[in-house]
Structure formats: C-alpha cells, structure tokens
Design a protein around this ligand. Structure first.
Ligand code: GLC
Ligand code: MG
Length: 582
C-alpha cells in the first residue's frame, strides 16, 4: 500500500542525497579531505568507538581505567578516524555488573574520577571534534540506589511502586520468569515478605515503567546529561522495560542453559509494545536539544522486522538500533551475510543501519571469525565488512589492533559474576574486557604502571599486539584500519552512496556496490569469505557503469593501488578488495 508515510519518507530519504549533490562537488577535487556532512545527519556518517572505561587507560595507577585516561587518548582516537565515543557506565555503582548497576544517575564513580574530570573530557573531546555518548540504564538500578532502598523499606513507602513487587505463589516465586543471568528473576525480600523482579542480577531490581514518576525521574536524568552537552545515549537492555502485568508464565524451550536452568523464551518480559511509547517520549526529549543528540539502542532482536520497529512507525523513535543479527552470525558465509545486509539495508522503516562485530558482552571478532590460519587476513576482511556498507559502524576498543579474547583460566580469577555462576560452561565476559594494549612495555602495556596489578590481567600477547608497535608499522592492522577509516570519510560514494548487492548468487564472495548520488566514481567491495582462491567477473552495466577497468583503493592481500580488469579479478583465500569504478 503506497501510504502517505511512504511518500513522505521517500522525500526525506532522498534529502541527504540532494544535499550531497550540492556540497560534495568541490571536495571531490580536493582528494583525501574529510567530507563535511550536514550537522543534523552527523550520526549517519560518524564512526562510533565503544570504550569500556575500566579497561581503556588508567591515569592514577590504581589498576582501573578512568576519565582522565580517556582524555589522554583523545588524540589517538582522532588520528584513528573516530567521530564519537560511547562510554559504558561511569556512574557511582557497587560494580556488581561493572557499572550497569547504577546507584546514582547524576554523578561519577570516584574510581573513574570526578564530575569536573567528566566536564573536562567533554570539553577536550569537543575541541577534537569527538562527540560523547553516555550509556543509560533505564531498565533497572542498583539495589543500593536510594530509590530501591526506600522501595524495599515498607509496603507503603511512596517509592514502593517504583519497582515490581509481587506476592509469591505456592511457597515460591510469583511465576517462572528467569533472569538473563541465571535462575529465577524474582527474589524474596524478607523485610516485607514480597518478591521483586530483576531481569538481570539480584542486585539489579527492575524499575516499574508503568509508574509516571519513574519516567519523569529518568527523563530528568537524561536532561541532566544533555544540559552538559553529551551527544546522546546508548540505551541499555531497553527492550526489557515492561513485563506482562498478568504475570503469564514464559514458555519453555528444549534443553538447559549454562546456568543449569531450563531454556525459556522471554515472551512476557521482552519487547512488550509499551516500549514504543517510551521511545517516542525520549526521542521527543532529545530532539529538543541542540547538536542533534541521538538514541542508540541495544537491540538484540530476532528478525529485521522486530529491529525495524525500533525506528518507530514514523521514524520518531530510536535513530540507531544496533544490529545484533549481523554481529552474532559467528561464521563467514557470503550468502548469509548478503541476506542479512540486504534485509537491514531494506528494512521496512527505512531506518539507518548500525553495525558492529565486537562489544563488552561477547567474544571478540578475532576469535569468532578467525579460522586459526588466516586470522590476520580475516580481521582485515571483517574491517571492510564493518566500515563500508551504508551504515554507521561501531568499533570496540582494541579491535583496531587485533586484540584477542583472553578468558580466565581458573574460576577463582573470574571477575564477571556470570562467569562464576556459569563456570565452566559460561566463563563470563572478562575475556573481552582486558586492558587496552598501548605499548610494548611489560607487564602492563602502558595501561597502568608496571608495578600495579590491573583489575584484569594484561594478556602476554601485548608484547607484540599493541598501539606502539602497530603505529610504527605501515602494514599493521592498525595502519589498515586507519586507511579504511580515511577512505570512509573521504570517498563520496562511501559517505553518501546507496548500497546494492552484486553477483547475488555467488556462494563464496560477498560483493556490494556503493554508488554516489551525483556523478563520480562508485566503490565496489568484494570479500572472499572462503579458504579457496576465487576468480570473479563483474558486469556492472545494469548499474549504469560501462567501464571494464577498476582502480584499487585498498586490499588485504598486497596491492593498494593499480588497476584491474573487472572481468577477471582473482581473490586469494579470504582476499578482500575495494575498487573504484567510474
Ligand atoms: C546490557 C549490557 C550488559 C549488562 C546488561 C545488564 O546487556 O551490555 O553488559 O550486563 O545490559 O545491564
Ligand atoms: Mg585509575
């Protein structure tokens, strides 16, 4: 049905292209100059870098990364080609879930610094043209938050209804709902004899989003940070804001999980339609602020249709829902990646995609996509896959130097509580949270002083995998990322171009074309996702590209310039190439 919304959207979606036509022409001549995009669309063209503050850079030698440490590394990020940083929570917290259990939403945890350190970071980042995105946990607080302390104190406390309290049933919890982190999602609180609901750890009670006072309190928190000048929020676990009021039991699935519980479908505690009312309210709120702050959501959605709903029926909800289906594919497969990218690029809401492969909750991409033999090659292929589709890419600290996942060897070394409850099947998330590897200096690679014990050990491979070594080597992964990021910011087709799959029936090579809105060259990306050499022919005449000649912009198997014949391109195992075609 060609609805009025479709027509409006068509007009709005072409707007950036119209804009592009006017602005890019002079800059195309000045090659390698970063293309300035219109201010309100900054988030479509930005490269976001996730920082886990405990692990990025320690400035006061207590073994824990901090705000001043981040500030000292802004120039590094600028040189790398980063436009925005998302910092995971730094608010005061008992650190049960390393910051995702917040005890005060309008302050900084002393282990990360002070509010004036934060203000200074914001100021310094702005001076470098880097935006700061806060992590906001709306679903739950810490059990040490004053709101919860009051709520649990008596059944008649004015804050009682800020959380989800229910009577037990048949001597047990109110129903079968399970925590994402294992076992019942209900904990009996002896003070009042009722159970409270927690989707995550026992120490993370869920807020009651049906209570208008809760909403108002959280919206005030958002204003507090927006007034300081942050550029938006990453919304943690936000699909879990509401639970079924009638407490229906969740359906069981076959088998048992790492915690020994029956597998369950979180049908009545995830993705309830009410979340969209909240999304619209907070989008309206951020839209009131200058600088076009954005909402970025953790969107662990099972299908593109579900993911697409997060943009809102009128594109009035979340601008950037993170695509977990692509991030979690966990295997190099041209047909499967092609299908997923095509689906997201053509999502029903016409929303702008957001891609990533690593974050603080999952094994790093190095291990998930590497085959143990071509890992270096594959890391570079993955970088192209992440940075060149029509989308906002999100990097995770250390990805650019090829940091590995280093899991704890013994249960007594585990810091992440799920690694203790789930040992040995689930070793927790420490492995992907080890300190950033800056220098060759043993034992702490410049993360903290050598005589300090960092909160998680620096992996021994930091001797060779580190920023210092790789910055000095033009052939390193770091130098490769820098080159790709530069291309992404300077090549009009990669900034403004559309996205089309090429050779859609190809089993081993995933290829796509980015065509600029105006005249000018297109960019063809071809990624051999197999361990065998592949010989490819590209006929781009359907795309209105007549030439048979392509010039190399970058590749992961040697040549980074020269020309090739499009009719016969040979890609070695896991070979990846970016070509300019006129
Ligand atoms: C999100 C975070 C994760 C945290 C959980 C509970 O999934 O990414 O690290 O443990 O929410 O807040
Ligand atoms: Mg410190």
């Amino acid at each position: 049905m060609p609805s009025i919304f479709a027509v409006i959207c068509l007009a709005l979606c072409t707007l950036p292209y119209a804009f592009a036509q006017q602005t890019i022409a002079p800059q195309m001549q000045a090659s390698a100059a970063t293309i300035n995009t219109s201010e309100d669309l900054w988030w479509k063209h930005a490269v976001i870098y996730e920082i886990y503050p405990r692990s990025f850079q320690d400035s006061d030698n207590d073994g824990i990364g901090d705000i001043n440490g981040i500030e000292s590394r802004l120039s590094y990020l600028k040189q790398l080609g980063i436009d925005a940083i998302w910092i995971t929570p730094m608010y005061p917290s008992p650190q049960v879930d390393f910051g995702y259990d917040i005890a005060d939403y309008e302050a900084i945890d002393p282990q990360y610094g002070t509010m004036s350190d934060f203000d200074a970071l914001l100021h310094a980042a702005k001076a470098q043209g880097i935006r700061v995105i806060m992590d906001l946990v709306l679903n739950h607080t810490s059990d040490q938050h004053p709101w919860f302390k009051q709520s649990r104190s008596s059944r008649t406390n004015p804050k009682r209804d800020w959380y989800i309290w229910r009577d037990g049933k048949n001597g047990g919890p109110p129903n079968n709902w399970q925590s994402w982190f294992g076992h019942s999602a209900w904990t009996l609180d002896p003070t009042t004899g009722q159970y409270y609901y927690h989707h995550f750890y026992v120490q993370q009670p869920d807020l009651n989003w049906r209570n208008p006072a809760v909403r108002k309190a959280m919206y005030d928190v958002m204003r507090f940070w927006l007034d300081k000048g942050v550029s938006g929020f990453r919304l943690d676990a936000v699909s879990r804001l509401f639970e079924d009021e009638n407490l229906h039991d969740d359906p069981y699935l076959p088998g048992y999980n790492a915690f020994g519980d029956r597998n369950i479908q979180h049908k009545y505690t995830d993705n309830l339609p009410e979340i969209h009312d909240v999304f619209r309210e907070i989008r309206k709120l951020v839209d009131e602020y200058p600088g076009h702050p954005i909402l970025l959501s953790e969107a662990d959605e099972p299908t593109v249709d579900e993911l697409s709903k997060m943009y809102g029926a009128n594109n009035d909800e979340v601008q950037l829902p993170m695509d977990f289906q692509i991030a979690d594919l966990n295997t190099l497969s041209a047909p499967r990646f092609r299908k997923l990218f095509d689906e997201v690029e053509n999502n029903p809401a016409h929303g702008w995609p957001e891609y990533f492969f690593s974050n603080h909750d999952q094994v790093r991409q190095w291990e998930r996509y590497g085959d143990g033999k071509h890992d270096e090659q594959i890391a570079r292929l993955m970088a192209m896959l992440e940075l060149f589709p029509r989308a906002t890419p999100q990097l995770y600290y250390g990805e650019e130097i090829g940091m590995r996942t280093t899991e704890p060897q013994r249960k007594e070394d585990v810091r992440d509580p799920i690694g203790i409850t789930g040992w040995p099947k689930e070793k927790g998330r420490d492995g992907e949270r080890t300190p950033m590897q800056w220098t060759t200096a043993a034992p702490n690679a410049g993360f903290t002083a050598p005589n300090v014990t960092p909160w998680l050990p620096v992996p021994p491979n930091a001797r060779t995998i580190n920023v210092e070594t790789e910055a000095a080597d033009p052939d390193s992964l770091l130098s490769f990322y820098k080159a790709l990021l530069k291309l992404r910011h300077t090549e009009p087709a990669l900034v403004f171009g559309d996205y089309t799959t090429i050779n859609p029936d190809e089993e081993n090579v995933f290829s796509f074309l980015r065509r600029p809105p105006a005249q000018g060259r297109s960019v063809l990306v071809a990624l051999n996702m197999s361990s065998k050499k592949q010989t490819m022919g590209f006929d781009l005449s359907h795309q209105n590209i007549k030439t048979k000649e392509a010039s190399i912009l970058e590749s992961n198997f040697g040549p980074s310039h020269g020309t090739l014949d499009l009719r016969r391109i040979v890609l070695p195992p896991y070979g990846a190439i970016v070509l300019a075609v006129q």
